[in-house]
Ligand binder design. Structure first.
Ligand code: BDP
Length: 719
């Protein structure tokens, strides 16, 4: 038989895209492919499931739609939507706030569910997804699908869950021109130019993905804000996005530029105590809420890195925040005021400045203000101690700000399971309200026992890359962040498992390897970049690659030498009483562990101490030798990670396999580059030999210092 061209093309495509063919990763963890041997398939392969919902809200409709999509994919055959509850057969009910849950849950169980909470109840072949409210039903639908995707048994299903944190936000550092500050996955997914008329289907998939992990707010503009976003045409664009997000329970937020009343309103001042300025913000808030009734509020970066703020008028951060809070309060909006402030003029250790500025303001903020604090006192370094503000402002709700985009952890290419880092921070005991006051307890408010505002924000790693995050494993960081925002006391490894089971559903071997990569990679990255408490030694501006030699920058605290203070005697930043005394900002129980180099955990040694190169560590090694071993351990680990991934060849689709392999090859090279450049640099001070059994740096220090990256993402145009 002669094949027509159309036929032969079809056969060719089938051959190359068979089960192990192409997969671009666009579907994230919401794949819904048929899973061989799942309990669902075994018990219900031939049953026609019928889905009904009680209630008509957009969230309930979205929940039902997702169930229809997910179930038909996972079962491999049709699913029916029915108007009323059928009496028998495989039934899935989606129950929202208008349905009584009396027959399904005890009174105590019902009372235990927080807003946004849900219950999954199985009664034979009938399953109920019951929300405390309609948003809860939506979360329940995604949780049920997650359950099925992971092949979990369905017998006697009785599961209750709810968010411990009220506001779970992504912060997009996206500019209105489509670029993304510290973005490594392409351009911004928000097409401001074509909004509000063109609604990219990606907006809906973005909202679905976020809802599936419980994210309920999206700050769509950069913290380095532009006033123009408050111009009416831009507000209409934002309103169009808000409409897409609404069925998925996501509120939109905007970043507010403090000088907007001058730049947009034509006022002579932005002084928070000026009557015309107050009126301008009140009118602006009313205009926004007329367009976006469920608008979330403002995120503000003020008097930080050149951004305008209340300090210009001799006012405090509280006065600035309260100005905006008063404008939003009648509409139910909140202000997330960032504590990432440090001043060039202050001779004080940068790690201490936010605390000095904010602690005196505790209790002076309006009820609808949260102070948003980065996890550590400097700036999203591979490892930092927790920020001293956590636990130090008991009368002010504090929001956690994590970075999901990997500005300082290998950017677009390195596989680094950030969940481990988030967990380390959240599990840290501050002793603030007595022993056992973990950062997680401060963030979810349980440390204070009141019903305060709570929030966790993650700086998004999403862009126009087909797989959203560029590096496939960046999806796991997004996923884990969302799950930990829902439950900050959760364990990263549980979420790694969930993610890998849903991302690689048909291969336990791939799942195991992926989980292991996520579990070991953060420690590896810290070792090959900044072991033993080193920090802020990366390249300038773009923050790409090693740059411990950086010393000429517009501000001292943008250099590397400010932070490592290496000289012929030793290395490290003395933050004890003999130095900057940053430790004094923590509770004495917390500080006690770090005060002496003998009790200080090695992971934070050079963060708190300046020590001689030949200082003896508990391991028996000198500080210099330990530094060498740590850098080598980090780079060696990446070699193992690459080898383990390569062992999966043929076990998953070629496209995702290759994309991870290529990124890991880059990571392996760059880990060695970090190791060699840093050791060559520090050796120029220590004058000590690299231990004989370790490889020596491949090139001279001059070689590493001479490398330039004119087009690395994030560089300010100079070339
Ligand atoms: C730093 C980034 C800078 C951000 C700043 C911030 O390098 O681009 O604007 O944080 O958080 O990490 O405001």
């Amino acid at each position: 038989m002669r094949l027509t061209p159309v036929f032969s093309l079809t056969i060719f495509l089938l051959l190359i895209t068979g089960p192990l063919g192409a997969d671009d990763g666009y579907r994230l963890w919401l794949r819904y492919d048929e899973i061989a041997d799942s309990p669902l398939r075994k018990s219900y392969a031939k049953a026609l499931p019928r889905v009904f919902r009680e209630g008509d809200s957009p969230q309930l409709c979205a929940a039902e739609e997702e169930l229809l999509l997910g179930l038909s994919g996972l079962l491999g055959h049709g699913v029916e939507s029915t108007a009323a509850a059928p009496a028998k057969g495989l039934i899935l009910g989606v129950l929202g706030r208008s349905t009584s849950l009396d027959g399904l849950l005890s009174a105590e169980e019902q009372a235990s569910l927080p807003d946004g909470g849900y219950a999954l109840i199985g009664q034979g072949k009938q399953f109920y997804i019951a929300g405390k409210d309609d948003r809860g039903a939506l979360y329940g639908a995604f949780a049920f699908l997650r359950y099925l995707q992971r092949g979990r048994p369905l017998d006697d299903l009785h599961l209750l869950d709810g968010p411990r944190v009220k506001n779970r936000l992504l912060n997009h550092w996206d500019n209105l021109d489509g670029t993304v500050e510290r973005g490594y996955a392409g351009f911004s997914i928000w097409n401001w130019h074509q909004l509000p008329h063109y609604l990219d289907p990606r907006y809906t998939d973005y909202a679905r993905a976020n809802a599936s992990i419980g994210i309920n707010g999206a700050v769509v503009t950069n913290v380095n804000a532009k006033a123009i976003v408050f111009r009416r045409d831009y507000l209409q664009k934002a309103a169009a996005l808000a409409e897409v997000f609404r069925p998925y329970g996501i509120r939109i937020y905007l970043t507010a530029r403090f000088s907007a009343p001058i730049e947009l309103g034509g006022l002579p001042t932005a002084d928070p105590e000026d009557a015309a300025v107050k009126k301008w913000w009140q009118d602006k808030a009313s205009e926004i809420y007329a367009l976006i009734p469920d608008f979330g509020g403002f995120v503000v970066k003020a008097n930080s890195e050149g951004q305008p703020g209340p300090r210009e008028y001799g006012r405090t951060h509280a006065q600035g925040a309260n100005l905006l809070a008063d404008a939003l309060a009648p509409h139910g909006g909140i202000v997330m005021w960032r504590a990432f402030v440090y001043s060039n003029e202050e001779p004080v250790d940068r790690a201490k400045q936010a605390y000095d500025e904010f602690v005196p303001l505790d209790g002076k903020f309006r009820d609808n203000v949260m102070v948003q604090v980065k996890n550590g006192p400097i700036d999203f370094q591979p490892r930092e101690p927790v920020h001293p503000l956590f636990g130090s402002m008991p009368h002010t709700p504090l929001a956690m700000e994590f970075q999901i985009t990997k500005e300082y952890l290998g950017q677009g290419t390195h596989l680094v399971g950030l969940g481990k880092m988030y967990e380390e921070v959240l599990q840290t005991d501050t002793y603030a309200e007595g022993p056992g006051t973990r950062v997680a307890d401060i963030i979810d408010g349980s440390a204070y026992g009141d019903d305060r505002l709570t929030a966790m924000a993650g700086v998004a790693n999403i862009g126009t890359a087909r797989n959203w995050t560029g590096n496939l494993f960046g999806q796991a960081d997004w996923y884990t962040f969302g799950r930990l925002a829902w439950n900050p006391t959760g364990k990263a490894e549980d979420y790694f498992r969930e993610w890998s089971q849903m991302t690689f559903p048909n291969s336990p071997t791939v799942q195991e390897t992926a989980q292991n990569l996520l579990a070991v990679s953060h420690e590896a990255c810290v070792n090959y970049m900044t072991p033993l408490g080193l920090h802020h030694i990366m390249g300038p501006d773009h923050h790409y690659g090693p740059g411990p030699w950086i010393k000429d920058m517009p501000r001292a605290d943008w250099t590397s030498v400010y932070y490592h203070k290496a000289d012929a005697e030793g290395v490290g930043f003395d933050r004890t009483k003999t130095g900057s005394d940053a430790l004094e900002q923590y509770t004495s129980r917390f500080a006690a562990r770090y005060e002496s180099p003998d009790s200080c955990p090695p992971a934070f040694l050079l963060w708190y101490h300046h020590l001689p190169w030949d200082h003896k560590l508990p391991s028996g090694n000198t500080l210099w030798a330990e530094l060498c071993y740590s850098y080598h351990a980090g780079a060696t680990k990446v070699g193992e990670m690459l080898k383990n991934w390569k062992s999966l060849s043929g076990r998953l689709d070629q496209e995702r396999y290759e994309s991870v392999r290529m990124h890991l090859e880059i990571q392996e090279k760059e880990a060695k580059w970090w190791r060699d450049a840093c050791l060559a640099y520090f050796q120029s001070f220590s004058g000590m030999p690299v231990p004989a059994e370790l490889e020596k740096p491949t090139h001279s220090l001059e070689y590493y210092e001479g490398l330039t990256f004119p087009y690395a993402p994030g560089i300010k145009a100079k070339w």
